[in-house]
Design a protein around this ligand. Structure first.
Ligand code: SF4
Ligand code: SF4
Length: 293
């Protein structure tokens, strides 16, 4: 029990400091100490990707969210996305970093409402929206972004399609015109975990895979459920395998339950989804489209 508690605190505090320093500012020694001590016993989540759709205009072959392979392409209504977030936040005091994401989030017609809610929410420390920047939303969305504290994170893929490249140029010009803060995220390589299929790894192997996986803290909040990573969310949405480490927030009815569930979630040695990944993921060039050489 003590080991689990220590493991939880170590993970939770370390990641909370990491995401704060990555997004907002370097913490002083005293700030770090107070965050670690958590004297008010707050229930805190270091990072969440907030899914708003499973639709994307790109078809990246090795998409970590498996978006091109989703059978059901849908954009979630703002009322649903916000409703699920409110249910989660009922028993959570703080999310250090939240990223609005899809698919391509600007393809969701309700995106302005989601941006406004997340920006106004006092329980979320840093908010960003992750986009491939090739979709031009309505003017009203740029206005909402300009009046929010949401930072635009642009996944900077080397696109071969001239129209999409032109869209991206225009999108960035709009951000500049509205004075909306944005950052480019240039990934040198992605990991290809292979097709989602059961592999028969042993427990030791699974623990090592999970420990080494850069996705192990990319927790996804999709339609009211917290999943370990994008592949786990894909599996949950397609009924693949028996996922153990999923938190359905609609089943949580007290702070004690939420605390217990998060402790359990963050102290797993591996995810049941890891059984469906290759133990030798290969480096691949980011953003290569399906069918492209
Ligand atoms: S841009 Fe590529 S990586 Fe991002 S969601 Fe779309 S298909 Fe996936
Ligand atoms: S299922 Fe496990 S190994 Fe696969 S991407 Fe997620 S955390 Fe990594």
């Amino acid at each position: 029990m003590r080991v689990r508690m220590f493991k939880y605190l170590y993970y939770n505090r370390k990641k909370s400091i990491y995401f704060t320093e990555e997004r907002s500012h370097k913490l002083t020694f005293m700030e770090k100490a107070l965050l670690c001590l958590n004297l008010q016993r707050k229930i805190e989540i270091p990072f969440l990707d907030l899914d708003v759709n499973t639709v994307c205009d790109l078809r990246c072959a090795k998409c970590a969210k498996c978006t091109p392979y989703f059978k059901k392409k849908e954009s979630y209504a703002a009322a649903d996305v916000i409703g699920h977030l409110e249910t989660l936040l009922k028993y959570v005091d703080k999310i250090y970093a939240l990223s609005i994401i899809g698919g391509e989030p600007f393809l969701n017609r309700d995106i302005g409402e989601v941006i406004r809610f997340c920006s106004d929410c006092g329980k979320i420390q840093d908010v960003d929206i992750t986009t491939n920047a090739t979709v031009m939303p309505d003017e009203s969305v740029f206005q909402t972004l300009a009046h929010s504290r949401v930072v635009v994170h642009i996944s900077d893929y080397k696109l071969k399609n001239a129209k999409l490249t032109e869209n991206k140029k225009r999108f960035i010009e709009k951000l500049d015109a509205y004075g909306i803060p944005y950052q480019f995220f240039t990934h040198e390589n992605w990991l290809d975990f292979g097709p989602v299929e059961k592999r028969g790894h042993g427990k030791r192997q699974l623990k090592m895979m999970y420990y080494c996986c850069p996705m192990n803290s990319c927790n996804i909040f999709n339609q009211g459920k917290i999943y370990r990573c994008g592949r786990a969310s894909y599996m949950g949405n397609h009924g693949i395998g028996e996922l153990e480490d999923v938190i359905d927030v609609s089943c949580i009815h007290s702070r004690a339950q939420m605390r217990k569930k998060l402790r359990w979630f963050y102290t797993r040695s591996y995810s049941s989804a890891c059984e469906y990944c290759s133990d030798k993921p290969e480096n691949v060039i980011p953003g290569i489209q399906i069918g492209e050489a």
